[in-house]
Design a protein around this ligand. Structure first.
Ligand SMILES: [Zn+2]
Length: 65
């Protein structure tokens, strides 16, 4: 258990779209969906729990980061 800011998947946290929510305020096991953006600029909503436990990535990039 920890904060999203301490997890590698913080890299696709869309800070602008989630404003004023920050990774420091989101638990890694949270079921609340937050905005994601991948390295290619695709955006999609996903909960931290889904991302951490399932390892799911950007759906437009084939589900793998
Ligand atoms: Zn993508």
């Amino acid at each position: 258990m920890g904060w999203l800011s301490d997890h590698p998947l913080v890299a696709d946290f869309d800070s602008a779209a989630n404003h004023p929510l920050t990774p420091q305020e989101v638990a890694q096991q949270s079921n609340t969906k937050v905005h994601r953006v991948c390295g290619s600029g695709h955006r999609w909503p996903a909960s931290p729990d889904n991302r951490v436990s399932m390892g799911s990535g950007c759906p437009d990039c084939g589900g793998t980061p």
